[in-house]
Design a protein around this ligand. Structure first.
Ligand code: NAD
Length: 269
């Protein structure tokens, strides 16, 4: 039982939680004592497996299907989560995808898909979470804050990315969405922060790590000399969701092995 964890008694919703980083975050929040709503859009079996694993930590977990880019899906998902878990204290807006293409070939469909999921999806989920945080307010026995939002951004909120203009734009948007929400909502004791992962070993970037040659090329971008694992991000998410980070507001926590340190200049440029 994890009822004494740093998130004991809290209710979390994690989007895109049946794969990769979202899965690791959902499991870690459960281990830290939170009840967890596991959002998925495809692969219900994977979502149910995450739910089962979280429940083994002695907390409640439910799977909720919703496409985060569809307003009615998001509204219905939050209504279900609040009905089944009682409330929501923590949102990890993690769902995301890539649809890479050379800029001159970039279709409007690819552009809109990535902006719709990665940016509009975070807006929709955050808005529904904030409504519940404001309705409920601070419950001191649960948390110092009225609610916590963690936006899953990327090092590409600052590093331009050739061939991925839609993705980099979505993450640049997440940065200012997060900061604007943080500024507006801090007086209501809602803390909004982001995590910017570097290269993490998940299905989204398999070609970047699944051969020795690709991994060696990747290492030239990572001063710390290893690829990140989903659990590296999960530990940061637990901290940002907990009262241990209570004075952290509007910050992006880079968890990237130094990828944003311009390693190309490490020999003097
Ligand atoms: P992943 O492909 O394993 O997981 C993405 C999840 O989002 C999946 O569960 C997928 O089904 C879900 N998803 C996609 N579209 C959705 C939609 N419309 N509605 C609901 N869910 C949807 O990849 P990941 O690496 O775990 O990515 C998670 C987040 O981390 C993304 O926002 C991604 O941009 C970000 N990120 C990943 C890396 C990395 O190196 N892996 C680096 C920086 C940022």
């Amino acid at each position: 039982m994890s009822s004494k964890g740093v998130l004991a008694g809290q209710k979390a919703l994690v989007t895109g939680a049946n794969s990769g980083i979202g899965k690791a975050v959902a499991l870690a929040l459960g281990k830290a004592g939170a009840d967890v709503a596991v959002n998925y859009v495809v692969d219900e079996d994977a979502a149910n497996a995450v739910v089962e694993e979280i429940r083994r930590a002695g907390v409640n977990a439910i799977a909720l299907k919703a496409d985060v880019s569809v307003e009615s899906d998001v509204v219905a998902m939050f209504a279900q989560a609040i009905k089944q878990l009682g409330t929501i204290d923590i949102l990890v807006a993690n769902a995301g995808l890539q649809r890479d293409q050379a800029f001159d070939q970039m279709s409007l469909e690819r552009w809109n898909t990535v902006i719709g999921v990665n940016l509009t999806g975070q807006f929709l989920c955050a808005r529904e979470a904030v409504k519940e945080f404001i309705r409920r307010g601070v419950v001191p026995s649960v948390s110092c804050a009225a609610g916590k939002i963690i936006c899953m951004s990327s090092v590409h909120q600052v590093i331009p990315w050739s061939g991925h203009a839609n993705y980099a734009t979505s993450k640049g948007g997440v940065k200012l969405l997060m900061e604007s929400m943080a500024q507006e909502l801090a007086p209501k004791r809602i803390r909004v922060n982001a995590i910017a992962p570097g290269a993490i070993r998940t299905p989204i970037n398999r070609p970047a790590w699944n051969t020795e040659a690709a991994l060696n090329a990747l290492m030239t971008l990572i001063p710390y000399g290893r690829i990140g694992e989903p659990e590296d991000i999960a530990r940061a998410a637990v901290w940002l969701a907990s009262d241990d980070s209570d004075y952290v507001v509007g910050t992006t926590l880079f968890v990237d092995g130094g990828m944003t340190l311009y390693p190309g200049f490490s020999t003097g440029g």
